[in-house]
Design a protein around this ligand. Sequence first.
Ligand code: PMM
Length: 284
Amino acid sequence: MSDLLRSAHPVVMGVLNVTPDSFSDGGRYAGLDAAVGHGIEMHRQGADLVDVGGESTRPGAGRVDPETEARRVLPVIRELAAAGVPMSIDTTRASVAAAALAAGVSVVNDVSGGLADPDMGKVVAEAGCPWVLMHWRGHAERMQDLATYRDVVAEVRDELRQRVDEALAAGVAADRIVIDPGLGFAKRAEHNLQLTARLPELLALGYPLLFAASRKSYLGSLLRGADGTARPVGERDAATIATSVLAVAAGSWGVRVHDVRGTADALAVWAASGRPRLAAEGAA
Ligand code: PMM
């Protein structure tokens, strides 16, 4: 798995929410067979990692207890591991991450960037696995109140740098760290778009960057119908693919998406076209 962070191609992480209430796919893969089947299908379609999550982070969502979270994800992880599917665990809890690592995941994807659980750094350092540190300001039930910024890009960059410094202090190797701007987490639509436009400022931190825009609300707001209604969540994949490819062309390491097949197809076209890169603004 160490190669994954130095992958020559953009890494595609497929979303597998084993929850009744995630905002896009909540409830669809709550049963074991449906979840395992979808994970295998995403791997077949080109997912380098299947990201298994058992707690919804949808804005406003309440917390589930750690036992419930573990009970949702562990059977799915065991079966996908047996089927040879590489996985990450989407959790903010050290106990769930440790159990998931023991059951066969190889990456910890922590939307709190280590803030939610003081033991997460130790678990990751001991496992020696990659750790996705996402920018986060608080749990889902209150995060939209925390979306206040003077300069969202500078503040997200500085707060991510603090997360990285804490991870390093906990003994996590620098070459195990991935950063993520946390689109939609304590961010309003304009914040997400500014972060997307100014990715080079986040990439300047010097770590691989995961871009996770898939089906998020700001894309729905961008694509309003003539009557002003936001585009429904299931009809945002074309926009997701467009922004994912642009993020890769700007230098992102990977993308986290629901529509693996469409994303993999688009990235295959990008690769076959000579991997064109977006010039940073101001470059000659
Ligand atoms: N977003 C969600 C869940 N997990 N993980 C990372 N690293 N980055 C994200 O932006 C992120 C995440 C919420 O979206 P979902 O409900 O569609 O999974």
